[in-house]
Design a protein around this ligand. Structure first.
Ligand SMILES: [Zn+2]
Ligand SMILES: [Zn+2]
Length: 774
């Protein structure tokens, strides 16, 4: 007997059962079933799942559960993205500054605790990975694979070390990639500075960064700007007395300030471009600590202090200043402003390989299709190579050696995993002993080989079986990072094969007010909080409805409340059916309404199968909810009450239809609401997992009966309205009803109306539709 209400106790029971029975085990020995493999996103180990995780992870859990029901051997590993700056910050806060080795150990320990918490939450969400294939990017065997991939790329000249401008976060004291930048609007000031032209005339140049004046190496103007034509090739004197050349350049904005621009190496990325274009000397004005260098009296000052000081020193050479709204680049992890500084870093060549990356991306199926455009735009807009080194401790060590003479070398394969403190050493060509690199990898270097790691790379036999993976699910906001870096590294650089067949994108969850969820706005909704009030299967339904078409959507309490009441609806219907029992075999005498409902069911099955194939979970959910709630509960259950409570000759047909529709609906729902489906399947139908049962197949659709019963529905509805309008019980008898119908109605249907509405006699006439109780 089913318990009275559906609640979390049922869900907890099944979660425990699935773990104990290893219900979602990938069968390694099976060679017959086709494999469906998922390159799941390894979440960063913050210790807590957020709504974005819940949405994204539900999304591919639906796919996994569906594919199991379609007879696939589903390979669904789950990993953890463990290394990164936020962990260092938290560990340092707890333990203070420690020597690197000890510090790393504390980070590993802390991360282990975070994983335990997140894993528990994943199980509470009913996610069904095979935990035997869990991986953590901080483990030596994962390091080994990352490092092997890098030494291979180094040997293929795709990874190199160079002095180059990189975005630098002085706060984190590390290089950061372009993809880690956020832009924020800030109130700044614009200063008009007085330069001197070749004939001693005043030239005004507007800048927001007077503190970079020492690094000024050229002055530019637009070729169409008549005011400055005569300057081409001449020397201009900066307010500091330094002579710099003037050039005409099409990318100068004539409308900004006076139309003249000073080029400093480097204020922003345009400066870097111009530096290359005009072969200007690289003048470093800011160091890794964010302090001024090579800048006279400004040396040693922080940028903001330096700005104040130079403005004082320039005196009347600052002719005007005014406020200016400007966009400044900040580091996404710490929100601190980033600078461009020249620094020796490791790079991966993404520029010369851009074409190949696009080609491989085009061989992948993108869901939705337009998702690829984010990648193409990003690849085409890449101005320089990917800086892959970070000056951090808790990260995968870069497996390289450096020499004083400037030479670099990769660690030997048998030296991997490589740790600088344990490195065996290497002799340089120049004869000197090389030193091991101490920088670590950007986290995306770790996570851009997940499809290789789950496919068993570099083992060729395993690769043949598992590579490329079937599905890469991910958030749309990380196409330019995770998808791009993976296609580039796992595909272009290491295998030449697209790493996945399909990439499924989901959108972001916004706060109910449509804003980004953030601590400072206090509008965060946490999964843990929701789980106190709503069953997992309600939250999963919300996810099915929310992730569609890679769009960002505000979180909706209405959706989740509706989902919860839908669970109650299904539960109550199941209890009703349980109380009635089952029919023996398939009966011959199905009534018109039975055939109508079964016909509708077949349509729903057919359409929902299409939706699942296309990852259109929201369509499936809408269809099943509407079918079950309205056609089944609101209508059909009312139609059969007169049969199931009596010994009507077609009672068996009703029982058959009720059970059949419930069973097939449970199967359609099983990927989305696995707990509810599992419980009802086991209690009412078969004592085994519903995921082992087959996905329903659509039978014949009797379209004619569907059309006919639509008229019956209307008539039944009108008579019910009449009764409730006259405060009559629905089972009270009526003597006579007169129907006026545009088309004749078959006797079978008229008889059914009589039984459903308890009407003794029905009189029919041809005419406009009307129902009159006489
Ligand atoms: Zn930072
Ligand atoms: Zn050397």
């Amino acid at each position: 007997m089913l318990q009275k209400r559906y609640d979390r106790t049922i869900e907890e029971k099944w979660q425990k059962h699935w773990q104990e029975k290893e219900a979602y085990k990938f069968d390694e020995k099976d060679t017959k079933k086709p494999i469906y493999s998922i390159d799941t996103p390894p979440p960063f180990t913050s210790g807590e799942l957020h709504m974005g995780h819940v949405l994204s992870y539900s999304y591919f859990d639906f796919a996994a559960r569906y594919k199991r029901m379609r007879g696939f051997n589903v390979y669904y590993p789950q990993g953890w993205d463990t290394q990164g700056f936020p962990t260092e910050v938290r560990v340092e806060k707890k333990h203070g500054r420690l020597p690197p080795k000890e510090f790393r150990e504390k980070c590993v320990e802390w991360t282990g605790d975070m994983i335990v918490r997140m894993k528990k939450q994943m199980m509470e969400m009913g996610f069904s990975p095979d935990w035997r294939y869990e991986y953590r990017t901080m483990d030596p065997d994962y390091h080994q694979k990352v490092q092997l991939s890098l030494t291979k790329m180094y040997n293929d000249k795709l990874v190199y070390r160079d002095k180059y401008p990189v975005y630098w976060c002085p706060k984190c004291r590390s290089a950061v990639a372009k993809a880690e930048l956020d832009e924020i609007e800030k109130q700044g000031r614009l200063y008009d500075l007085k330069f001197t032209g070749p004939d001693g005339e005043d030239l005004i140049i507007a800048t927001t960064r007077p503190e970079l004046l020492y690094a000024c190496e050229a002055v530019l103007f637009h070729p169409d700007d008549a005011k400055y034509k005569q300057l081409q090739g001449k020397k201009i004197t900066t307010p500091l007395g330094k002579e710099v050349p003037a050039f005409a350049d099409k990318e100068v904005d004539m409308e900004f300030g006076s139309g003249l621009v000073m080029v400093c190496t480097f204020g922003d990325k345009m400066d870097v471009m111009w530096m290359h274009r005009y072969k200007l000397p690289l003048y470093e004005a800011i160091n890794a600590e964010g302090k001024m260098i090579n800048s006279g009296s400004l040396d040693g000052l922080k940028v903001a202090e330096a700005k104040k000081k130079i403005l004082e020193e320039l005196g009347d050479k600052v002719v005007k200043e005014k406020p200016l709204q400007q966009m400044i680049k900040v580091h996404d992890r710490c929100n601190g402003p980033v600078e461009l500084i020249a620094s020796m870093q490791w790079f991966a060549d993404i520029k010369s390989t851009a074409k190949k990356t696009k080609e491989l991306a085009e061989k992948i199926e993108w869901v939705p299709e337009f998702g690829i455009s984010y990648l193409i735009d990003w690849v085409e807009g890449a101005e320089w190579d990917w800086v892959i080194s970070r000056q951090r401790i808790f990260g995968t060590p870069l497996p390289f050696y450096l020499c004083e003479c400037g030479e670099t070398a990769a660690a030997d394969e048998d030296e991997l995993p490589f740790y600088p403190e344990k490195a065996k050493g290497k002799k340089c060509k120049c004869g000197k002993e090389m030193t091991p690199e101490t920088s670590t990898c950007d986290c995306w270097v770790d996570s851009s080989i997940t499809p290789l790691v789950v496919a068993g790379w570099p083992d060729e036999n395993k690769m043949k079986r598992f590579y490329p993976v079937s599905l890469r699910p991910q958030g749309v906001e990380i196409v330019r990072t995770w998808a791009f870096y993976t296609i580039y590294r796992s595909g272009v650089a290491l295998t030449k094969i697209p790493p996945f067949k399909t990439i499924l994108l989901n959108g972001n969850v916004l706060a109910p007010d449509g804003k980004k969820m953030s601590k400072s706005l206090g509008n965060i909704i946490s999964p843990a909080e929701l789980l106190r009030e709503y069953p997992t299967d309600a939250i999963r339904q919300w996810a099915a409805l929310s992730g569609a078409m890679a769009k960002d959507r505000p979180f909706s309490y209405e959706d989740i409340k509706y989902a919860k009441s839908f669970l109650t609806k299904v539960w109550n219907a199941a209890r009703f059916i349980e109380g009635l029992g089952k029919a023996e075999g398939k009966p011959e005498n199905l009534s018109a309404t039975d055939r109508w409902l079964l016909g509708k069911l077949n349509t729903v099955i057919e359409e929902c199968t299409e939706h699942m194939e296309r990852y259109e979970y929201h369509c499936l959910m809408n269809k099943v909810q509407s079918f079950f709630w309205h056609d089944f509960c609101d209508n059909y259950l009312e139609y059969v009450k007169h049969r199931v409570y009596t010994d009507a000759p077609n009672k068996g047909a009703a029982l058959y239809t009720l059970n059949k529709v419930l069973l097939e609906t449970l199967k359609l729902l099983a990927p989305i609401t696995p707990h509810l489906s599992e419980e009802l399947y086991n209690e009412l139908f078969e004592k085994k997992s519903i995921s082992a049962g087959k996905w329903p197949e659509a039978g014949e659709k009797d379209e004619e009966i569907v059309k006919k019963v639509e008229v019956l529905k209307e008539v039944v509805g009108r008579i019910r309205q009449y009764k409730s309008g006259n405060k009559m019980a629905q089972n009270s008898e009526l003597n006579k009803v007169r129907l006026s119908l545009p088309e004749e109605m078959e006797q079978e249907l008229l008889d059914e109306i009589k039984q459903i509405n308890k009407v003794k006699e029905i009189e029919t006439a041809k005419g406009e539709f009307s129902v009159t109780v006489v």
